[in-house]
Design a protein around this ligand. Structure first.
Ligand code: ZN
Length: 424
């Protein structure tokens, strides 16, 4: 199905806005050609030269529009790095976020852009998220063409390791955080939940956790005795049952143990998510390790849940001990009034241009993404403004090409209206 614009709605647009629409609609085939060009450059997260080449292609497009561009080297976090661009010093400061990398490395069988028909094209990263990057670029190009770019400040962050983040993550996202601190509004162009009639106002953050339980090694015949206690495996089981009993049922809260190793000796290879354990059924277990994730919708809920989990862990069975370690990764993008206001503006821009309204997607359907690093540092933030289609992260990923002009028109009108209102 193609998303078409009701051109009779045009009267709701200002003259400038009508010019934006005309410019965007006349440039669609050129934009699709550029999308084809960048999809055909392999930029799996670990193909550093490919990630840089996609960044260079965007730099070549942005510089003629008056952007200063620079490359943030990724050596300190073990990845290619990011392309940044900025333009202007007045009006609202927009931070536009995309990513250059894909999940398809050089050894993938999926490497090429194929136009399937007028409205569909398949290719690696065609919607996740090179298509969204093109929406970002074309919106800025249109604003430049009608002279509206001079009423705003724009910083563009095209991240080079969204799909497989380098480490330490704080180092890898330091430049994005810094850009967000200087910005007023963050817009990101991921495909969202796959429905272009929704935008992402909130998404859950991700925290990794590790439980290390210990017991007294001894003959199993003495288990539960005062001297020998229960062993580390019972202690880990108690902890997991406690998590499940005390924390399940809260909306938008999940925690999942993904790996457990227990026995007399345990070797855990954290880097590769694997390990080995040695133990006998007649020996009380000495060591147990469990790793899992925790997904929360706000920083305060995240801290409350950690406190509850720590209290459960501390309530040891006789003869055992345990501790839990947390490692925060992507922060939650909380639902704010600013984000709701931004959605209302986007939806109005959409209907005024002759498209359908845009509603909030379900935060549970939104995976972790880079806007989370910016959302808490700006007044308003939205994600899911990119092209949509189906099959992200699979070798049948395809784009609905009619979402390219639709998302570009919505974004360009939204930015233009915010800039116009800012002056008054
Ligand atoms: Zn993505």
């Amino acid at each position: 199905m193609a998303f078409t614009r009701d051109t009779s709605a045009q009267s709701n647009l200002s003259l400038d806005e009508q010019q934006l629409v005309t410019f965007i609609e006349s440039g669609v085939e050129d934009a699709i050609s550029f999308l084809e060009e960048i999809v055909n450059i392999n930029s799996g997260s670990m193909n550093f030269s490919g990630v840089r080449a996609v960044g260079a292609a965007f730099a070549d497009e942005l510089e003629p529009l008056g952007f200063k561009t620079w490359w943030v080297d990724g050596e300190a976090f073990g990845r290619a790095g990011h392309l940044f661009a900025s333009r202007g010093h007045t009006g609202p400061h927009f931070l536009l976020i995309g990513h250059l990398d894909t999940v398809f490395e050089l050894d993938s069988s999926f490497q090429k852009f194929t136009r399937l028909n007028e409205n569909q094209a398949e290719g690696p990263g065609v919607i996740d998220m090179k298509g969204g990057d093109v929406v970002l670029l074309e919106a800025v190009r249109a604003l430049h063409a009608v002279g509206a770019l001079d009423q705003m400040t724009v910083t563009i962050a095209l991240i080079g390791d969204e799909e497989s983040s380098g480490s330490p993550l704080e180092v890898g996202r330091a430049s994005l955080v810094e850009a967000a601190d200087a910005a007023d509004i963050a817009l990101a162009f991921e495909p969202g939940d796959g429905d272009p009639q929704t935008a992402v106002l909130a998404r859950r953050g991700f925290t990794g956790w590790e439980v290390h339980a210990s017991g007294v090694r001894g003959h199993s015949s003495a288990v539960f005795s005062e001297e020998m206690g229960y062993g580390s495996i019972y202690e880990a089981a108690r902890i997991l049952t406690g998590f499940q009993e005390q924390l399940t049922g809260q909306e938008l809260l999940t925690f999942n143990p993904g790996l457990i190793l227990g026995g007399t000796t345990v070797e855990f290879d954290e880097e590769n998510d694997r390990g080995s354990a040695v133990g006998k059924s007649n020996v009380i277990s000495e060591k147990t390790i469990v790793t899992g994730d925790l997904r929360t919708i706000s920083p305060s809920i995240r801290e409350e849940v950690k406190t509850t989990m720590r209290a459960i862990v501390a309530n040891h069975l006789p003869g055992t001990g345990a501790e839990i370690l947390f490692r925060d990764s992507y922060p939650p993008m909380g639902m704010t009034q600013g984000n709701e206001r931004l959605l209302a503006l986007l939806s109005q821009a959409s209907t005024d241009a002759g498209y359908e309204s845009v509603r909030a997607g379900n935060p549970a359907d939104a995976g972790a993404a880079d806007i989370s690093f910016a959302a808490g540092r700006v007044e308003m933030a939205l994600d899911g403004l990119g092209m949509t289609g189906e099959g992200t992260h699979t070798t049948t990923e395809w784009a609905d090409l009619s979402t390219l002009p639709m998302q570009t028109i919505r974004t360009a009108i939204l930015m233009h209206r915010i800039a116009t209102a800012w002056q008054q």
